[in-house]
Structures are given as structure tokens and as C-alpha cells.
Design a protein around this ligand. Sequence first.
Ligand SMILES: [Zn+2]
Length: 418
Amino acid sequence: MLTAPAHAQHIQMPDAAEIQLGLEKLNVLGSVLYVAAHPDDENTAALAYFSKGRKLRTGYLSLTRGDGGQNLIGSERGAEIGIIRTQELLAARGVDSAEQYFSRAIDFGYSKTPEETLAFWGKEAVLADVVWVIRSFRPDVIVTRFPVERPSGHGHHTSSALLAREAFHAAGDPQRFPEQLDRVETWQAERLFWNGWRLSEAERAEAASVDVGEFDPLLGSSYSEIAAISRSMHKSQGFGAAGRRGTRYEYFKLVEGSLEDKDILSGIDTTWSRVPEGTTLGLKLAEIAERSSMACRLASIPGCGSICSAELAGEIGTVERFRGEASLALYLGMATLDNSSGKSRRSKPPRHVNTRAKAAMMIVVDHHRKLVPQSQRYYERKRAEGKKHNQAIRALGRHLCRVIFKMLSQNRPYRIDP
Ligand SMILES: [Zn+2]
């Protein structure tokens, strides 16, 4: 029950940018395990940054399922709210792409001290679960939400940090929980951090830090914005967070291990060369990600940024399924209608238009004409003929579809035909 990460029931179809990210993630072998006590304790911005920004395998171990929490949206209590919060947590992971783990610990309500908490939980049993998750997940670094030495408002919180610290060592020790070793091997993570808050200036200067406010051009959001969506899944807790952009630092204070510079993964090889004979595979994967690259080829069109090219590549899939440039143009919503209002009895609206692809094309073509003088002249000519902006854009788009069809069928980047 504890080995496999828990998965949300609803599998969402990834878009082209997420597929590209997935391909790039295949080539990063580093991993981070985040540990805290309850659903909603986790720092979703840090999880999104690790998982999507650094492309690390990222996990969240919530020791409990939040059975003792409040319920603002219904009457369920105890185990029932635990079930609801489990699902909320899985929905949050569906957004930030981290994996979700639990232990057997019950959220029995508020606890003043870690001593009380650990006595109630049965310390050795829950410690065994944490060790088990570490030995199965094999994280390079472990991060706790809460500190060991400072008060963090709840005995469960401090206990999660204490257990993580003890498990950091125990997981690598064959004498501890040897009954697990016929199914998993021992695992020694490199470092343990506390994802610190209210740190002094001096502590901040020492700590590893990351900017979770960084904007991801492929995904079109900052990690804090992704985190806001993920965090808003905790509906029973009444959480709703507004997305933020702009620099926002998170600090990681070293608890165990050593740190050469200010990066949590400094000195850790996250490439395939850490796997025997893995280097060749790494190179192949890099090639695939680069060539996923119908998107890359499309991105060579002036005005076709990474988001639109990924979107178009995802929607086009393969150029072979189009009979010719006209059917591609129809699909991309760029088939010219001579009576372009679309309401005229003589012009039937095209069927089989992919609306997502069409939306991307409208953006691409508009950017494109501003960058390529001959396209701009063509656009102006159409406007002079009395076409409305969108009609002139679609007329130019029809031309661009011809270019795209050639590029994709000849497997070459954009060039301006003489
Ligand atoms: Zn909590």
C-alpha cells in the first residue's frame, strides 16, 4: 500500500507543452522527497519548481491523511474527511506533477507536543513507514516543511521533522528495519533540508535558495501560479490562493549532509551517466526531446514562440495524416472563405477545424506579419482590399499553412521562399 505512489482517479490529457516537459524530464535523474504531517502542509510552489522547473522526480510524503482537519464544505468528519482530503491532495499533485505518499499515522486532532504525537502514533511503526518510502523512492535530497528545534504550532508538525531526520539515517542502515530489505535496498540520501521560514539574515545567507516565482516560458506560468492552482484543490480547508508572478525566494537550511554551494543538488549527478552504460541512453533521450521538435521546427517560423509551436505540434501530431496543404489549412482554421463573414449562404463554415490549433495560428500569424516585411505587405494589401483584420490574418495564415506543410513534410526549418 505504501510502495506505490497514490494516483488521482482522473487522468488528464497532457497538452503539447506538458509532453515536451515530460520528454525533458526523462533526461533528469535527480529526485527530491518533501515530508510533512498533513494534506496542505506542503509547499506547493517548491514542489512545482522542483517537478516542472528543475524537472526532478518529486514526491510529497504526508504522514497523515488529515482525518482531524476541519470540513468547510460538508458534514464529514474523521476518516471521511481523511478520504476527502486524500483526494484533494491527489488533485493538487495532478497540477504540480509531484507524486503522493502517505504513512499509517492517523491525524487524531490537535496535539501540543511531539512526545504525545509519537506515543499516540507508535513511533517505530510510523518511522518504519518513512524509511520504507525513502528506500522505495530513493531521493537525492529530503526536505522537511517543519523544523525540529523550533515550535511549529502542532505536535504532528514537529514529529514529521523528527521522523524525517531519523529516517534519513535509518534508511541507509541495514541494521534498521531489516525486514524490509528483501523488497527494497538501503538508501542514503545526500542531504536533509528544512524548507525554512522566518529565518534570520545570517541563516538565509547560509541556506540554499530558489526563486519559485520564475516564469516558465514553456508552460506559460510561474511556479507560484501553478502552486496557486494546486493549493486551491484543498477545498475542504477553504483554501484558495491567487497566482503571483515575480521573484519569490524559498530557503532550504541544511540539517544533515554537507553543501558546497547554494544549490540543493550541488555536486549531485542528475544525468544518465549515474546509471551504468546510461550515457548513450541520455544522449538518445536528449535527441528525442529536441526533435519532439516538430515543435522546434515550427518554432523556427518568425513569430511562432515555444508555447504556440508546442500547441500546434501537439494538435497536428503527424503531417502524414493530412492529404495536402489544403486539409492542413482547414484543420488549422486557416481555410480562406471568400465570403469571409462565414454567415453567407455561399460559404459553409469549414468542418474539422481544431479550435485550439486555430487559436494558436491566429496568434502566430499576427506575430509573424509584424516580423516579416513581405508578410506585413501581404496583410496590408488584404486590408486595402477591404478585408477585416481577422480575415486578412486568415488569408496570410493560409499561405503560412503551405509553408508549414512543406517544412513538416520535408523535415526542415522555416525559410523564406524566393
Ligand atoms: Zn499541518
